[in-house]
Design a protein around this ligand. Sequence first.
Ligand SMILES: Nc1ncnc2c1ncn2[C@@H]1O[C@H](COP(=O)(O)OP(=O)(O)OP(=O)(O)O)[C@@H](O)[C@H]1O
Ligand SMILES: [Mg+2]
Length: 483
Amino acid sequence: MPITLKDVQFSFDELEKPLFEQVNLVLDTQWRLGLVGRNGRGKTTLLKLLMNDYAYSGTISSTTAFRYFPQKLLHPDWPVYTAIDEVMPIEQWKFERECQLLQLEKDIIWQPFEQLSGGEQTKVLLAALFCDEASYILLDEPTNHLDAQGRALLATYLKTKKGYLIVSHDRHFLDEVIDHVLAIERSQLVLYKGNFSTYRQQKAHQDHYELAQNERLKAEIHRLDRTAKEKAQWAASKEASSHDAQVRADAARMMKRSKAIEKRVAAQVTEKTKLLHNIESVSDLTMNCLVRHRNPVLRVKNLTLSYGDVSLFQPISFELYQGEQLAITGANGSGKTALLAYLFTKKSDGEVTGEVLISPQLTMSMVKQQYEYVGTLKAFAAEQKIDYTHFLTNLRVLGMERDVFNVPIERMSAGQKKKVAFAKSLGQPAELYLWDEPLNYLDIWNQQQIEKMLRHYKPTLLFVEHDPQFIDSVATKIVELKR
Ligand SMILES: Nc1ncnc2c1ncn2[C@@H]1O[C@H](COP(=O)(O)OP(=O)(O)OP(=O)(O)O)[C@@H](O)[C@H]1O
Ligand SMILES: [Mg+2]
């Protein structure tokens, strides 16, 4: 079944340029379509347009209904099944079947939704959506809270489904689950047949061609420009100094040639301006790490956290020295976030056994997994006591467009909000950084920037991340939380 977009145009008042201009597309609901693009390019907005959530000009027509992940629940404190059934009625047996395919415990559907871990919440919401076989499913970043195992499981699950549209910044995951790509590039939307890697290859090829073409035109324009000027100068001097008719005719001819060359220059300049519009520029991030003579920075001995009688994980012991990057790994729900929160605040609402040696003077900076920042960037920087200019510079380097600086944080895209949380931490002078899933919501260019920055600054860092490639390239030590 085709989904047709005709002359679709949409803008947010706060932004200088329309997000979409004259979009014309025909999509097929049989496709496993990956929607990709840098943070803030309009992926979520495009899905919301399909859902008819925003007013736009142009037409979007489709004979299929759409469903959007993540669904908004009205009562997240209710049991999972009841809370979901309230916003999208589903048959219980179907829901149980899909939950089982996603390897969830049978009784999970009777637990309060909000008590489930991020990964579990994702899975029950997905299970509910796929009970509806008649709709075309729009998945907006379902991978974020899933660990490596959860992502592999989701990939297997999706392969048993027919068409869907999916947004994700996880390249390896995308390669497994899509057969078409819709890319929102800097100034155009492009549709490719193939997976994410084929798209990236073709895009790299195109970028390479444009860069080469740009260099060639630049040199050519420079050369022609000089020739035209020389010819014009020669003609002008002859014209002025001679009364000989033949010389004056030669000068006129030469002037004419000079004008013709200038025309060629103008044509090449026009051609040159058509290039490079879709090339992403990526520069380096900076951070404010502090180095003091405290070593180790942190010592943990037989530590475990428990709620009631249940320990979240088996006791762990480790030391963290200056300049080390320690990855905390473990399945969804194993207590990674709880551990980071405890180290940061030295408080826990459960019980703590074991020892933690952490100086009261140690300065720390945290990137949380969940954050609800609001208001303007300026007020935020003042509240967090960070340097506003450095903050904005890092946001620009992370790819946030300047006009977005006027958008209040609560209205920013998911990735832009994450950039705010992340740039805040980079601006905080600290001896120890605690980052909980720093890559979530960020685009692939950011992921590469962060790796490079960490290699350069070597901050003392304790982090949680599911991306095995990132852990591999960044961690100097790994501590696994086991049940
Ligand atoms: N209600 C709003 N008012 C003003 N601007 C908005 C609003 N919602 C989104 N925007 C802006 O529109 C742009 C597109 O946002 P959108 O959420 O569609 O991006 P996205 O591609 O999904 O990004 P991400 O990868 O970060 O999720 C962003 O620059 C965002 O700040
Ligand atoms: Mg989005």
